[in-house]
Design a protein around this ligand. Structure first.
Ligand code: ATP
Length: 290
């Protein structure tokens, strides 16, 4: 067994015998979506017949620009409304719930730092990440029994996470002063404030300096290794093939393929719809460099 296989052996066992086919059932799905559809005017952005995400895996959602990846993320996490469809998380139907309700049920997504957040300190960004638990109703309240206790617990948790993501010495810096990679680490750390079972990462490597890529990758694998499920959207093929246990390919809103990295690399539909075009782009870029 090669070292690559050793690192994901636990997960590979869980996926043993799963056929690489669009919409295939998984042994222990944490998320199951059925007939999820969303159109904008005449354009069908998402039309997913059936999709299951296996618990405890790193699953990548890939596909060409405009394939519907972000829209599907937004729908599943309650930040956009479907035309139709239903989905369940941990066995409970969560379609129709809003973003904060979905987060409370244990499925969180990372968000890019908005302008307002860049003007807040790193620690305050973390504390905002905890608000879904408790603080929303606290807005404006001066004091209530349990408030300071909760605040202290949140700060302790935030600091522990900042230590883990090597951002503790930045706690009082404005989030806007962080590098691209450090912002991604903060987004990840913030999403962990509510102890989610599943984390959805939107392009975790975009704008990250190569020096921080390895660090980000090891943080993502450690999320899985501590028992969480990771679903991520990414364009960087080396990253996708390197850390994914399973890959789901979207094109024109539909799941056109699913499988292990080795299945996806050799899938003709995927090469035609996506990988071929990516290679052409890479060749053009190399040509430009030379
Ligand atoms: N709010 C919106 N209004 C109108 N059209 C939209 C909206 N959001 C997405 N679309 C369209 O839906 C399709 C899917 O877009 P989406 O952003 O989900 O794709 P994607 O796979 O995430 O693409 P990328 O890799 O470029 O981020 C695209 O054609 C897009 O233009």
């Amino acid at each position: 067994m090669s070292s690559d296989e050793t690192t994901v052996s636990g997960t590979e066992d869980r996926m043993a015998g799963v056929e690489p086919a669009p919409g295939v059932g998984k042994p222990d799905p944490i998320l199951t979506a059925e007939g999820v559809r969303r159109s904008f005017g005449g354009l069908t952005a998402v039309d997913v017949e059936h999709l299951e995400v296996q618990r405890g895996t790193i699953t990548a959602l890939i596909g060409p620009n405009g394939a519907g990846k972000s829209t599907l993320f937004n729908l599943l996490t309650g930040f956009d409304r479907v035309d139709r469809g239903r989905w369940s998380f941990g066995g409970r139907a969560i379609n129709g719930r809003r973003g904060h309700q979905v987060a409370r049920s244990g499925m969180v997504r990372t968000f890019q730092l908005t302008k307002a957040l860049t003007r807040m300190s790193v620690l305050d960004n973390m504390l905002l990440g905890a608000q879904r638990q408790f603080g929303e109703r606290m807005a404006g309240a001066l004091w209530r029994p349990g408030w300071s206790k909760q605040e202290a617990a949140n700060t302790e948790r935030a600091m522990a996470l900042l230590e883990r993501f090597r951002l503790a010495d930045k706690r009082d810096d404005m989030a806007g002063s962080l590098s691209g990679g450090q912002r991604k680490l903060l987004e990840m750390a913030r999403s962990l404030m509510t102890e989610p079972d599943m984390i959805m990462l939107d392009e975790p490597m975009a704008g990250v300096n190569p020096a921080l890529v390895q660090s980000l990758l090891s943080h993502i694998t450690s999320l899985r290794d501590e028992g969480r499920t990771v679903l991520f959207v990414e364009h960087d093929m080396d990253v996708i093939m390197g850390i994914s246990d399973w890959i789901v390919v979207l094109a024109q809103g539909q799941v056109i393929a699913e499988g292990r990295p080795s299945d996806i690399k050799s899938d003709k539909r995927v090469i035609d719809a996506y990988l071929g075009a990516q290679e052409d782009e890479a060749e053009v870029r190399e040509g430009d460099d030379g």
